[in-house]
Design a protein around this ligand. Sequence first.
Ligand SMILES: Cc1cc2nc3c(=O)[nH]c(=O)nc-3n(C[C@H](O)[C@H](O)[C@H](O)COP(=O)(O)OP(=O)(O)OC[C@H]3O[C@@H](n4cnc5c(N)ncnc54)[C@H](O)[C@@H]3O)c2cc1C
Length: 483
Amino acid sequence: MGIDEIKARVREAGGPELLERLERLDAERVRPPMEAPSVRAPGRGTRPDFDVVLAGGGLSLLYAPVLAGLGLKVGVFERSRAAVAHREWNISGPELAPLTVSGLFRPEEVGSLIVARYEDGVCRWHGGGEYPVRGVLDHAVDAGRLLRDIRQRAEQRGVTFHDGHALVGVGEGPQAVRLLFERPGGRRAEVTARVVLDARGISSPHATADLLCPTVGGVLSGLKEGTAPDELNPQRGDILVTTEGVEEGRQHIWEGFPGRPGEATVYLFYYAQARRIREHALLRLYGRFFERLGRYKRGEPRLLRPTFGYIPGWSRLVPPPRAPGRRVVLVGDAAARHSPLTYCGFGAMMRSFLPGSRAIAAALAYDHAPPESIVHDTPLHSVTGALALFMALPSHAPERRDDVNQLLDTAFAALHELGNDTYAALLKDQMPGTDFVRFLQHIARKRPQVYRDALTLAGFGPLALARWLGGLSRVLIPLPASP
Ligand SMILES: Cc1cc2nc3c(=O)[nH]c(=O)nc-3n(C[C@H](O)[C@H](O)[C@H](O)COP(=O)(O)OP(=O)(O)OC[C@H]3O[C@@H](n4cnc5c(N)ncnc54)[C@H](O)[C@@H]3O)c2cc1C
């Protein structure tokens, strides 16, 4: 399918603004955004316009009403329109608790955000078995309404919104930072703040995570309902499903979950090294999505709402994404401290926005710079990062096209045998280190050559191997996790 035809199909389903967002994301992967070099730093004694500026109005918007509720003056600056989602999210129910604990939503309001709830989820690797699991990613959330509601609560608490402001540069002084914004028509604007939360997601110039999952798909109608693997089962989510081996150097993976009656969200994605992403990567993946959807699910699908993006992952084998100064803090996808293997950026945000906001407020109460990192992380990520890198580097040799499926089938068979709690904990990025070691041992018993295969597949050098072993030792002898 040609690029123009793919664009036409995305435009037809999502409109020109959505296509523009997609093309911008694709263009940024080829020419990553850079910070403007010289922004005048505010001097001592400057009275900042804001306590906190949130640059980016996606899911990290959650920080805004909480910070305002803690008495801070907050401004949200978004290059497009804040609180507009081109995502659909699923999560397990208990992970939504911070929405109510924070006082932002009442329990019944959270209930009304859930568009579908299903009994279980399944992982299935081409040529292998089927591994059901309960209590994982089994609630589909109305992403658009969630963001709109967060914006409304933020406005009620006095947060100001500045749509059409693209942050292009930051100058940091001893007590405040100056932010430079580009506005439509080439105009510019400047504001000052005591702290900036860089919530620009993958578009931040500091979002240097080494792994990326290009992801495309959206809300579909017309899929044939039933219980066969290639039908839409309203009581089951497909967490990870493959329908073939490695093609074009990538292991493509499907995810699908029920939504409103007659609708489902379906994604196609692959793991990749950020530096290997090529021109039009999302658009080309959409081409494959349209052509191969029938292999995954039967029916007469109609794309009602396209959703897409690059989901970052930091392997922990290279230096982390870092903010450019002490008063700039990376949050959400820009920080990429969530699991590099299972991603779950939404789940990770649920764990971070409340303690993170409190940490910022506590620092500002004493006029200190905020902590360098306020987002949730765990030592286990240093180990799972290598597995994600392995997924990003499958062998191109035709005779090894089924290697990834076979390895994953072994791993998921082992997980399934360890019981639902252990299986669910890994997928929700909540597995304790001791269980992870048990999981690794169980895989090795089932397939003794597994680690040699994985390491040769991923082509690890001695430095990466040493870092990985260092990570494993931190899992075995845990240190206190960050907030
Ligand atoms: C298709 C897709 C499906 C997903 N599904 C799930 C899921 O089911 N479960 C789950 O746990 N996670 C999921 N995720 C991950 C989750 O969506 C992200 O982790 C989350 O959105 C990250 O929030 P964020 O605020 O960091 O970034 P984003 O939500 O990406 O928001 C970034 C915002 O910054 C703005 N921006 C960019 N540059 C600038 C600039 N220079 N100035 C001002 N604003 C700027 C952008 O326009 C955007 O609005 C999914 C991701 C994708 C792409």
